[in-house]
Design a protein around this ligand. Sequence first.
Ligand SMILES: Cc1cc2nc3c(=O)[nH]c(=O)nc-3n(C[C@H](O)[C@H](O)[C@H](O)COP(=O)(O)OP(=O)(O)OC[C@H]3O[C@@H](n4cnc5c(N)ncnc54)[C@H](O)[C@@H]3O)c2cc1C
Length: 429
Amino acid sequence: MAEIDLKSTSQAQLRSGCPLWGRTGQRPVFRPLDDHLKVDVLVIGGGVTGALMGQHFTERGLLVAIVDREQPGLGSTAASTAMLQWEIDKTLAELEQFYGYERAAGIYRRSAAAVSGLAKLIAGHRIDCAFRPGQSLFLTSNQEGARDLRTEAALRERAGLPSRYLEHCDLFTEFEIDRDAGILSRGSAEADPLLLTWALLDLAFRQYARLVDASVTTLNSEGNRVTAETDGPFLIEAKTAVLATGYTMPGIDMPKLHRATSSWAMATVPQTDGTLWRDQALIWEDSHPYLYMRTTADGRIVAGGEDDETTDPSARDAKAPEKIMAIREKMKRLWPQADTTVATAWCGTFGETVDGLPLIGPVPSLPHVYGAYGYGGNGITFSYLATQMIGAMVSGGYREWFDDFAMDRDGPGGATRELAQRDVEMVGR
Ligand SMILES: Cc1cc2nc3c(=O)[nH]c(=O)nc-3n(C[C@H](O)[C@H](O)[C@H](O)COP(=O)(O)OP(=O)(O)OC[C@H]3O[C@@H](n4cnc5c(N)ncnc54)[C@H](O)[C@@H]3O)c2cc1C
């Protein structure tokens, strides 16, 4: 069976179809190197993670290079449905089972702080990316799920999180949604991920970041510096390097915590006035496979899910018609008023971890090199969290909670990963 080689994965393998984003934006220009380059921070990857990272470090006055071997933003970022949520793929109750209440509640609070930090960043720089703060609605369609959601809502209340349990009749009267129960939460948002990425790259560029069109093939860490070999004749030397290569984890043995899956999404034609649900909350269901829905500024419904373990890009693409049909049917059952006519559809590789948490922090055995891998449905929330954590780490700051997201952490039940090598090999384009 063919599998994605994550070392050499191209954007075309990571996603296909035609996402909705970036139609009004300008893609920043990345230029090839014409000499060796010396910077404070080298960011490898120009998707949303690399863009956030680059903007963060340039704002701190550091000299930054952001390198991408293909089109910035057109990897997984362009496939994202960009629901900016603090609710993690694993519920607080599940995380409590894994790691105990205090640690689980701390993780949830940091996720909530990350969404509000991202909102402040966007507002502070007046980034034009269709950003809209809002609420999210987590639904269940059976009695057992309703009991679980009640427990979940109580745990969230104890953790000080802004969630409220809704019984069937509340859901129906407040949202006209016919499900057994739900949790309504404040503090989430939505955006156009491509406009966000390009605007952040532009901000970094204006603060003197170099936007470099190259493939980093090898990273060496020696003494106090990291040297990147590229597919051209030039080297980039940096005090710190950040891997923001998305679902391509370069040359590092894949942590056992992590696995690749596939996900499918579509956008409808704009809905006629008055046919969207109240407040256009972000909606997600606890069904297997799950369904999620959001809306766009021009009144479309974006829906996705149907994840499965397909990893081969052509098998993933071949499944698209049947997956999009399933998403449309589920959408219609949940919101019968929807016009489910497909305007555009797409699919992509998706990365998950067993505990639903990202992999952020020092790459073991490779001094001064950090990984920023925001896996799961909260990928972008976690990318922002990564900028805060790696930003602190580079300044010598350390907090005990950083270990919750460490690349070499033990997963639930002691599921460990294997990461051990000095040089990170990356395969060129
Ligand atoms: C269908 C789908 C729906 C999703 N929905 C959501 C959602 O609703 N909310 C959410 O928060 N997240 C969501 N995600 C996840 C989110 O999209 C990702 O977490 C996020 O886009 C990852 O961004 P990134 O910058 O890390 O990776 P990418 O966007 O893939 O960027 C990585 C970049 O690194 C470059 N690169 C790789 N290797 C090298 C190298 N060696 N040298 C130079 N450049 C290199 C690549 O060319 C690429 O441009 C979704 C993902 C998918 C697929």
